[in-house]
Write a protein that binds this ligand. Structure first.
Ligand code: ADP
Length: 172
């Protein structure tokens, strides 16, 4: 089942919430900053402990990492790194799709019942919201169709305009 939620993802009590992180994975602005503030030191320590795959890169774009939720209601944080929008001709669509697939695959491997996603890459990284929403909802639907876990995916939108975009696409 897919649900839409208008609000702050740090307040969700799903088994995991997804963080739209950066490759360095030591915190940042937007949803990343909010999640680190709410989760506390346990999350940052777990991020620091992740191996770097190259200098200053703990998670390349499109991949995901399972982390503890610390003080959050959610038991886990799944961090993923979205593409920076460069006009749409640099593989941004495919990298964004990979983010959703990687997170959902981790949730499936760990038999998580529920997961909440923010609109990855649509803030500081500049991905157009409608194009991102179509990719997100396509990948979530495809996963729900073929897998037993998770059974609930919540798309969390931080403002009403984004929520309206998602709702319109879901109702098509
Ligand atoms: P990115 O760098 O991947 O673009 P941002 O954090 O800048 O990440 O933005 C991603 C999306 O998360 C944006 O749509 C933004 O409005 C939204 N967002 C920011 N803070 C929160 C929050 N606390 N809960 C849910 N969504 C949030």
């Amino acid at each position: 089942m897919i649900e839409l939620h208008l609000g702050d993802i740090t307040e969700l009590a799903t088994d995991a919430i997804v963080n739209a992180a950066n490759a360095r994975m030591l915190g940042g602005g937007g949803v990343d900053g909010a999640i680190h503030r709410a989760a506390g030191a346990a999350l940052l320590e777990a991020c620091r402990a992740l191996p770097e795959v190259e200098p200053n890169v703990r998670c390349p774009p499109g991949q995901a990492r399972l982390l503890p939720g610390g003080n959050l209601k959610a038991r886990h944080v799944i961090a993923t790194v979205g593409p920076v929008w460069k006009g749409g001709t640099c593989g941004e669509d495919e990298t964004l799709a990979q983010c959703y697939r990687s997170c959902l695959q981790l949730a499936e491997e760990h038999r998580l019942e529920s997961i909440a996603f923010p609109a990855i890459s649509t803030g500081a990284y500049g991905f157009p919201i409608e194009r991102a929403a179509r990719i997100a909802l396509r990948e979530i639907r495809a996963h729900l169709h073929k897998a037993d876990f998770p059974s609930l995916v919540v798309c969390v939108l931080f403002n009403k305009a984004d929520h309206d975009v998602y709702r319109a696409i879901l109702e098509e």
